[in-house]
Design a protein. Structure first.
Length: 320
């Protein structure tokens, strides 16, 4: 597995890193589906073990993935896998508890302690603000950042991260937070990173960058032959593209084109979709969901950036 230095963390991590959102299983937040269906805990544990064996050493989770279930699955493997071998990231910010907003200091304290218990670890390597909702006038940011810095002083976390689906929201607060690592949404269909202020900031500040949802929840692989409806509790039930027959057809067509172009690679479709994201990200990695051993072994073949020409060609396929 290819590795990079994750920016100013100075930690060496696998360019293809392990996203464990699905390990939380089906879940809802109020009436909103926020989990994944069809995941088996045995598959999750087996995937973690195989990831360690093939050198995928950066694992990403969050306190709300299954209300801590994803974290607990990770915490259950340290009798087999040395904790020191894994660069471990989790997040805070999507559980309000009894408070009026997401980043109340007392709730952040509750959540970091819960994450440490679930993960069965003394320290979290990378702790993210899970989103940038710090109030209408960012009035909650200073207190939230003070808590993050306090967690670091106490030795509960090592590095501070910042995540959001919207790069513009990240840019509104990035200078005040000065994160070690940024986690933005990016895939070859939804990609405004290449010429963005965020990319410039990351390069100027030697920050690490970790791209999430690189396959648009699996849609881009072209594995779906017809529109699909996911059950309640599965986040994908909110993604309209899964129900659009024209998009499904286009993804199938692109799958064939990728297979032809990169036919000498053991995973030609994934190679095109994932490795295109590394072309312009020398301090970056891709958080790829790997739900079982087969998916881990596929991921282990990836992680080498495409040429600029190949990356541009891949992106051209997904201009909708």
């Amino acid at each position: 597995m290819n590795r990079i230095i994750l920016g100013k963390t100075n930690r060496e991590v696998s360019t293809i890193s392990l996203g464990t959102w699905s390990y939380g299983g089906i879940n809802t937040s109020g009436k909103v589906s926020v989990g994944w269906s069809g995941q088996d805990d045995q598959d999750s544990r087996a995937a973690l073990l195989r990831a360690w064996e093939v050198g995928i050493n950066h694992w990403d989770t969050a306190d709300v993935y299954g209300d801590g279930h994803s974290e607990a699955i990770i915490g259950s493997v340290w009798d087999t896998i040395p904790r020191k071998d894994i660069f471990l990231a989790t997040k805070v910010g999507w559980k309000k508890g009894p408070y009026e907003h997401y980043y109340h200091p007392d709730q952040m304290r509750n959540q970091v302690e819960a994450s440490l218990r679930n993960l069965r670890t003394d320290v979290i390597d990378l702790y993210y603000f899970h989103h940038c909702r710090f109030g209408d006038e960012t009035e909650y940011l200073d207190d939230a950042l003070e808590m993050m810095l306090r967690f670091r002083e106490e030795g509960k976390i090592l590095f501070i991260g910042l995540s959001d689906w919207d790069q513009a929201k990240i840019m509104e607060v990035i200078d005040r937070i000065n994160p070690d690592v940024v986690q933005p949404y990016r895939n070859v269909m939804d990609d405004n990173y290449a010429d963005s202020p965020l990319k410039n900031w990351i390069e100027e500040h030697n920050a690490g960058v970790c791209f999430f949802s690189p396959l648009k929840h699996g849609l881009l692989t072209g594995k779906y032959t017809k529109p699909v409806v996911f059950p309640k509790g599965d986040y994908r039930s909110h993604v309209d593209a899964f129900r659009d027959p024209e998009i499904i057809r286009k993804m199938r067509e692109n799958r064939k084109l990728l297979a032809d172009r990169f036919g000498d690679h053991p995973q030609p479709v994934l190679h095109g979709l994932i490795d295109a994201l590394l072309t312009d990200a020398p301090t970056g990695c891709v958080l790829l969901g790997q739900r079982n051993i087969k998916q881990v072994e596929a991921a282990a073949t990836l992680g080498h950036a495409l040429s600029p020409e190949d990356a541009a060609w891949v992106r051209s396929l997904y201009e909708m």
